[in-house]
Design a protein around this ligand. Sequence first.
Ligand code: MD6
Ligand code: FE
Length: 201
Amino acid sequence: MRSDPLSVIEVAPEVVLLHGFAAPTDALDAAVEVVSAAAPFRQLKTPGGRPMSAFMTSCGACGWYSDARGYRYEPADPSTGKPWPAIPAVFAALARAAADAAGFGVFEPDTCLINRYVPSAQMGAHRDADERDFSQPIVSVTLGTAATFLWYGLERRGSPLRIRLFPGDVLVWGGAARKGYHAVRKPEGGTRYNLTFRKAL
Ligand code: MD6
Ligand code: FE
């Protein structure tokens, strides 16, 4: 991990892009393999019953989950009944360093959601709102291939800011932006992985 981001850009109030902060990504890519060997990627369904296009898994003290019972954090992987794998040390170090470099101070995530976007997968506009503590930022890491991230801000209307995220880029949002609406376009030609670190409990 770089201790000196190539650049620190506040792309919107309290939304900070750390370009190249997680590059090179080899150790992170390897840790994704370790986590997904224990807790395989799966296609979750929305509470309304539609399959999400991104495949997901989690690590940490709890993992984000969705099915007919709603969006929530689960202490164990419902597909195996086993606890989620631990957050790899290389993940935790990156998340802490990124929050600090972005100006959000001390961050101790208790969960990391890993998303895998095949070329046809995307994520519609939403905000991350299933956590208990909104004083903590979100740290989002792009691996694999690039994609365009859309930032709407606190209301889901108007034309969003478009941010191209490359492998190794880290986007951090917090403070008043913590409940901002965002979306992700289809990846550019390959498979994109996204690590989303949160303090959920
Ligand atoms: C991204 N991901 O993939 C941003 N939010 O760049 C998200 O906003 C996100 O991947 C909630 C759950 C999963 C996600
Ligand atoms: Fe999100």
